[in-house]
Design a protein around this ligand. Structure first.
Ligand SMILES: [Fe+2]
Ligand SMILES: [Fe+2]
Length: 186
């Protein structure tokens, strides 16, 4: 699966709606989306820093002073550091899902639910590769904050950001019912 395949909505298995879910069960199932909101907030903050750096980095039509240059270098390194931190956070989230949440769902899974779990695990593999790419370029940028390293790290961040948001949306929508129905710990 490629990052483009990951976003192919038509290829993603879907579960039928379950109108029999109680409000409490539905609320429980929605907790995964709330956890994803926390990660989306993290990604929003990094994207905002990236947007600021792009404005500062182009510098308009004047030369940056030495002090501004040093500040920019520090901010580039900071971008590398926060990207590295997000890699660790996102990897941890997927590790928890694969070690605890997916196996608990699989205990009750119909063929349709299992097809969703298989697809989610395949998406995790793609995202894992994107995390590894960003981890490497983020480490390089934090150590050597120049414009080339920044461009590489920014491109890797944007690829991961796009893929993980697409994955979150699919995962939280499809797992709401099985998580809620079987009160799976989230
Ligand atoms: Fe996931
Ligand atoms: Fe998730």
């Amino acid at each position: 699966m490629t990052p483009a395949d990951l976003e192919d909505e038509a290829a993603r298995p879907k579960l039928p709606p379950d109108p029999g879910l109680s409000p409490q069960q539905r609320a429980h199932g929605r907790r995964l989306a709330q956890i994803h909101d926390m990660y989306r907030g993290e990604l929003d903050a990094v994207a905002a820093l990236l947007a600021e750096l792009r404005v500062d980095g182009t510098g308009g039509d004047r030369l940056a002073t030495a002090v501004e240059g040093m500040q920019l270098t520090r901010n580039l390194a900071l971008f590398g550091t926060v990207c590295g931190r997000d890699c660790a956070l996102l990897q941890h989230h997927h590790d928890i899902e694969e070690r605890w949440m997916f196996p608990a769902i699989a205990e009750h899974a119909s063929d349709a639910v299992q097809a969703v779990l298989d697809r989610l695990i395949a998406e995790h593999r793609v995202i894992h590769d994107l995390i590894e790419c960003l981890r490497q370029t983020a480490t390089k940028l934090a150590r050597n904050p120049d414009s080339l390293s920044f461009s590489e790290c920014a491109a890797d961040f944007e690829r991961l950001d796009r893929a993980i948001r697409s994955h979150f949306g699919y995962e939280e929508t499809q797992l709401e019912t099985p998580l809620g129905r079987h009160a799976i710990p989230i």
